[in-house]
Design a protein around this ligand. Sequence first.
Ligand code: F6R
Length: 243
Amino acid sequence: VEVVIVPDAKAGGELIAAAIGRLLRHKPDALLGVATGSSPLPIYEALTAQVRAGGTDASRARICQLDEYVGLPPGHPESYRSVVLREVVEPLGLTEASFMGPDGSAEDIEGACAAYDRALGEAGGVDLQLLGIGTDGHIGFNEPCSSLASRTRIKTLTEQTRVDNARFFDNDIDQVPHHVITQGIGTILEARHLVLLATGEGKAEAVAQTVEGPVAALVPASALQLHPHATVVVDEAAASKLK
Ligand code: F6R
């Protein structure tokens, strides 16, 4: 795993947006896997600024989702589909046609998971997958003890993750769904380049275990050590527990 320490979240966002810009110059219709949550927001801001300034042409980029809540009504503002459309697809001037994600409101959730896994392969695979990391070391919503070979499937969120995410639901944990669809760790590892951004003291322990600990299902992000091209970008605070 390549570790890059940057002064702050903004610098991390700019560094990663520049890497996405280089990818798009070389492959204009690259499939970009995006994460939600707070960590990647500086990436989307920097990438949008790059596109608006004319430095990057993202008009043929394709965007795909990492995970999704199960059971929110379609169009719910906090469904990850809505979030990605609002924070990534629209600011980049793209349309829903360039976007793919799992259907969290499907009646047949298992079928929707398998269909999404298949669709990613048929789209040629993910060129660059952006990741955040949970305080418990999760990537996507692969919580501790997820199989390192897992495929896209339904998972139950831990209490900790529901507490962490209540801020998006009026700080009311009862509104946070219990279940999610997530790309599996095996699915995530198929992307050609993995780029994880972690910022803030709260991520320091998870980052240290991811990069310096053993590869273990207890720390799902440690699976990045199995990938030939994984980059972890951290600010000083998130790097503070690295040896
Ligand atoms: C979201 C996702 C999660 C988050 C993680 C960190 O699509 O996959 O793994 O990346 O929960 O969330 P933040 O960045 O909000 O701390």
